[in-house]
Design a protein around this ligand. Structure first.
Ligand SMILES: [Zn+2]
Length: 126
């Protein structure tokens, strides 16, 4: 690249001009920023609603009692999200859907037998 101030040819990776110390990178053309799917879409599956919802339900299924319906919802929506990700790979969300399914089962659905066992224990004790 050429220095915008003095015209000296510099290596593309140079931060400053070797001749006049002018900062070169500010003048460098900004690389094409990938919009939408290329960047954030890869991390957060905005287009895969069920997967994203399953993920949040899975996280909130940690809450005692309330976690039971949330966990069941996470499981159902997670499966839905996985199907959607399989049929339409461009919507992504597979990881979020899996987190929803696993967290929903672990925290939510398994609360049910745990609570039943706890109630039975209290009943037997009393
Ligand atoms: Zn220069």
């Amino acid at each position: 690249m050429y220095c915008p101030k003095c015209g000296t040819e510099n290596h593309d990776n140079n931060y400053q001009c070797t001749q006049c110390s002018e900062i070169l990178h500010a003048a460098a053309p900004t690389p094409m920023v990938a919009t939408g799917d290329g960047t954030l879409g890869g991390l957060i599956p905005y287009k895969n609603g069920p997967a994203l919802t399953a993920y949040y339900l899975g996280v909130f299924s940690l809450i005692p009692l309330l976690g039971i319906p949330l966990g069941i919802g996470a499981l159902i929506l997670g499966i839905k999200g996985l199907r959607m990700a399989r049929d339409h790979p461009e919507v992504k969300g597979k990881v979020h859907a899996w987190i929803g399914v696993v967290a929903g089962v672990l925290f939510g659905v398994l609360q049910l037998p745990a609570i039943v066992a706890w109630v039975a224990y209290l009943g037997l004790k009393g």
